[in-house]
Design a binder for this molecule. Sequence first.
Ligand SMILES: [Zn+2]
Length: 673
Amino acid sequence: MRTRIYSVFALPVGATAFTIPASAIFARGLGAAASATVSSPSCSATTPSDATSFIDSVNTEYEELHRAFEMQFWGTKMALSAPSYSISELTRTKGEMESFLADEAKLSRTRELLSSLSEGGGHDLDTTKTLKMFERTFGCYIMESDEAKELRSEATEIEGKLESERNNMVLGANMPGGEFEEMSSVGLRSRLRVDSEEEVRKACFDGLNKIGDFVTENGFVELVKKRNKMAKSLGYLDYYDYKVTQAEGFGKEDLFKILDTLEEGSRPIMERARERFAAEKGGPSALEPWNLSYFMAGDITRKMDPYFPFEKSVEQWGRSFAAMSISYRGASMDLDLLDRKRKYSNGFCHWPQPAWIKPDGTWQPAVTHFTSLADPSAIGSGLTGLMTLMHEAGHAAHFANIAQKSPLFAQERAPTSVPYAELQSMFLDSLVGDAAWRAKYALSREGEPIPWELVQEDLEASHPYKVFALRAMLAVPYFEKALYEMPADDLTANSIKELAERTERQIQGGLSQRPLLSVPHLLSDEASCYYHGYVLAEMAVHQTRAFVMKRDEYIVDNPAVGPLLTDAYWKPGNSEPFLSLVEKCTGAPLSGDAWIDVLKQDLDKLLKEEKAAYEKARTEGETKIADEDIDLDMRIRIVDGDEVLADTAEDGSFLKTCAKFEKYVRDRYEEAV
Ligand SMILES: [Zn+2]
């Protein structure tokens, strides 16, 4: 769980990050609908070469502004010492990039060119494709209605006030002894998971519930009304409809048709899981929101810890990606993996240089920066660090392989869709949960593979209850949908709190251990009404996994996986909608079916399958030549702030770089690891 001060792709709680700078996303006006009505007075004077030079100038200028901003972003977030990095430079470069994207003249010029090209006929398809993407991109940053602009700025004002008051809110728990213990929401949630005293957990849960009381009494009611008014003035059904159309290109009704398949399909599984949980954990009180996560957490994390040594994670990522034939196409990457003081407290992956095909046909490889906050001395940090690495490296592989004729197809902000981006990273981090992956890559410092008994214990503890996480994720979009559908006159602090409670009971089967009104995403414009993005991404992960399993019967170390992802998902960048990419790749429209099949699977059957996969992988692992080098077609520098810890260009090979990093971590954290 992370706090967010500067990113648009807000995280579901507990997930890793693909973050992009805040306020890069403004608002889309009427988008395509408006473009149809724009006439183009100068179209007769436009020639195809005008279009080419316009595209070239946008590409070049954007590339420069974007790079300048991203370098400042990295330098300031990593607290680098070079004097060229400063908050004032960050603000200036960000402002320049944003004004470029929000330039109305560029939008109208794009439309002029599009309309004259379509009249002229015989035009180059690439040119039209690029111009259409420009139109969508600029449309995301320009709001084409004065009334809506006014309403939006009123909403922003309420939101700013609410957020700053929320930040100053004193949170904590009234402990059983009578004293008040101050804790952040993160502190309250982790105490809820681990404290052995039920009364303390209950106090922490009550503390979390105070957030809902506070926000509904401090502007949230007005904010919901204002947001709806703005969206309706633009012709949308409501604010949710506006947000989803803006982000994904399809409306609220289509979205919930998809989500309903998951909701209906997983409902009976959730009901059975709750019964099983109560029976297994000593009665219905185990389902109380202050007990559920405590009883879920066992000691499996501690037992598995020796098989996920953090210092080995870079090598294991490289080996497993290379075995799937994933290539980074000449990219270079800086990885800043270890936590330290003054470093930004949120993992992210950004691209100062997007990959693209230049006008002369040459390839511009990506430059990637990514960071995590590993503390190798903490129990469980190896697995968390590895998951983060696989996740962010998945984002990096995706963006390194976008092959279109403009860097704007490969930028990390709108109109690039959240579920499209998260699908790639979540697919790749999902491998870490596979028995086949664990058999090969979850090795102790002595090189011993994780024993099957531990893999089994982990599956037994987690598999029957995976549905709880799905239902907790689903509760957010269903709550926000109902919230923005409430008539303005009915919206009050009490009606919102009642709705939240009702939604938790309906979707999660009882009160949630994370009260809906404590979810930070609800408040900010950029993160509200898009939680469905994570749900859609996870649905697509399962659908893609099921497709590969059906076709090839295995995923881990399957050399056909890299080329499949590259061609079906990565190359197009934001030129194609997420839903059509998933359908083209898997041969079926996106639905909840594959995810539900996984949840429904009988535990004994799953254990049997996973055991077979584990044993097969162990046999293969033993016959593999351990020291053949890994080629990801990428330069990797592992850094720690200003210090370069290892560099493939200096050290000679990927594995030598890994070994150097491994030694560094062992020396630095000697006592702990
Ligand atoms: Zn991500």
